[in-house]
Design a protein around this ligand. Structure first.
Ligand SMILES: Cc1ncc(COP(=O)(O)O)c(C=O)c1O
Length: 430
């Protein structure tokens, strides 16, 4: 039992709630992860808040004007009625077209129509509900979004087994995944992959992707049935040449009949609508045809119906209108460029740092992460908070910086302070 859950149970001890809690209720707690550290930063980080994974400019969210304008243009029918359980059909169709446009190698491959869910968190929860049993192992690289743990371990009682994300040379550790798969040879394997990655900001290269797909195919040929969940939250924010700029879903959707690929993605970051809560679940496998996809969609709908019933109507229409607007692509590229400009400055700044912090490789997304000596990331976070700067101690040995939410002109100050505090805590030199 998680220690925070145990503490909460202790507080409730002797009450009627305590005697009524379910096993799941007993296991639940609110982690001291990104959200609670971010809440702390909201109070204390009066200078710079680099905690939260949204994109901001001058204290306001970055947004697409096309979507903002659509807000006032919604008709009553686009606003008030229930949406269908699997989402409004034109949005599902349009999102599928978008997926193929962004991943041209999917053209002609079989895949389901996307099912609309309430954000990418919900997409992951629904997919794991559908495919993970208690005691199943979820294979993930050891850098992952902290909510996977709450969803998979605490809620579902599956085991989260990390393999090292990077090799000592700072490349993707494809062998680590291959080893984890080999250990399950002939059985069932559930893998979660997230590129661009939260928290490191790393996207695999084309050649790493080739090797990774080969490792999965090899294991599938040994009769291991493999579910690969592609968490594409930050899709499109690729800032270097040679990166894998299509989702791995495109390679996996027709890889082998023993591989089921699930694309979990969302308008959240791709369309800069974090609060709208519009996400999608899309299935693809060489072994499945239309009737199988329909059966999987029906099962997904069952999970939606039995939990949230359906997703919100206005936000689905707003995303649809944004996508259909002819100005959409240009406007979106310009906002992504804002994040890319920050990325380029951050790359320079980390090169100039004199202290002992080492950045993990990063080339995409919203974040970068430093390795902190002596498992003292929390000490460094606290020292920075005292200076009015909010960061996230994502692991005892890692500090995550969300440069997506820091204006370009504040980046020098941010990285200067991080460097100063690191030198104070750990001394000079790499
Ligand atoms: C890797 C990753 N997956 C999923 C999510 C959840 O996205 P959503 O806000 O759409 O639920 C996030 C959000 O921060 C994320 O970083």
């Amino acid at each position: 039992m998680n220690s925070i859950a145990a503490e909460l149970n202790g507080t409730l001890e002797g009450t009627v709630a305590d005697s009524l809690l379910s096993d799941l209720g007993r296991r639940m707690y609110f982690p001291k992860g990104i959200i609670s550290q971010s809440a702390e930063a909201k109070k204390l980080a009066h200078r710079i808040d680099a905690t939260i994974g949204i994109a901001t400019e001058k204290g306001e969210p970055l947004y697409l004007k096309t979507i903002r304008e659509a807000l006032t243009g919604l008709t009553p029918k686009e606003t008030f009625p229930y949406a269908p359980t699997a989402g409004i059909p034109p949005l599902r169709e349009e999102w599928k077209k978008e997926i193929i446009k962004k991943n041209p190698s999917l053209a002609g491959k079989g895949m389901s129509l996307p099912v609309v869910v309430t954000g990418l968190t919900h997409a992951i929860a629904v997919v794991l509900d559908l495919f993970a049993n208690p005691r199943d192992t979820l294979i993930v690289p050891d850098f992952f979004w902290d909510n996977y743990e709450l969803i998979a371990s605490d809620r579902l009682q599956a085991e989260v087994a990390g393999f090292p994300f990077f090799t000592p040379a700072g490349k993707l550790n494809v062998e680590g995944l291959a080893d984890a798969l080999r250990a399950r040879r002939g059985g069932k394997a559930v893998i979660m992959l997230n590129f661009p990655n939260n928290p490191t900001g790393y996207t695999l290269t084309e050649s790493e992707a080739e090797r990774l797909v080969k490792a999965i195919r090899n294991e599938a040929e040994h009769n291991t049935r493999i579910l690969v969940v592609c968490d594409d939250a930050y899709f499109g924010l690729f800032f270097e040449e040679g990166l894998k700029t299509e989702s791995l879903f495109a390679d996996l959707a027709d890889l082998h009949p023993n591989v089921l690929a699930v694309k979990t993605d969302a308008a959240t970051k791709e369309e800069l609508v974090w609060g709208f809560r519009v996400g999608f679940v899309t299935y693809g496998s060489k072994g499945l045809d239309e009737k199988h996809y329909e059966a999987l969609i029906q099962k997904t709908m069952g999970l939606i119906r039995s939990s949230i019933s359906c997703s919100g109507t206005p936000s689905q229409y707003l995303v649809l209108k944004g996508l259909m607007d002819e100005r959409h692509e240009v406007e979106k590229a310009a906002t992504f460029k804002t994040v890319e400009t920050r990325y380029r400055r951050v790359k320079e700044l980390v090169r100039w740092m004199r202290g002992p912090l080492k950045p993990f490789p990063f080339n995409s997304g919203y974040f970068m992460t430093f390795r902190v000596p002596g498992d003292r990331a929390e000490d460094l976070r606290q020292a920075l908070l005292k200076r009015g700067i909010g960061t996230i101690a994502i692991r005892p040995d890692c500090l995550r910086i969300a440069y997506s939410s820091v204006d370009a002109e504040k980046l020098d100050e941010l990285f200067g302070c991080i460097d100063d505090e690191a030198v104070k805590l750990f001394g000079q030199g790499k």
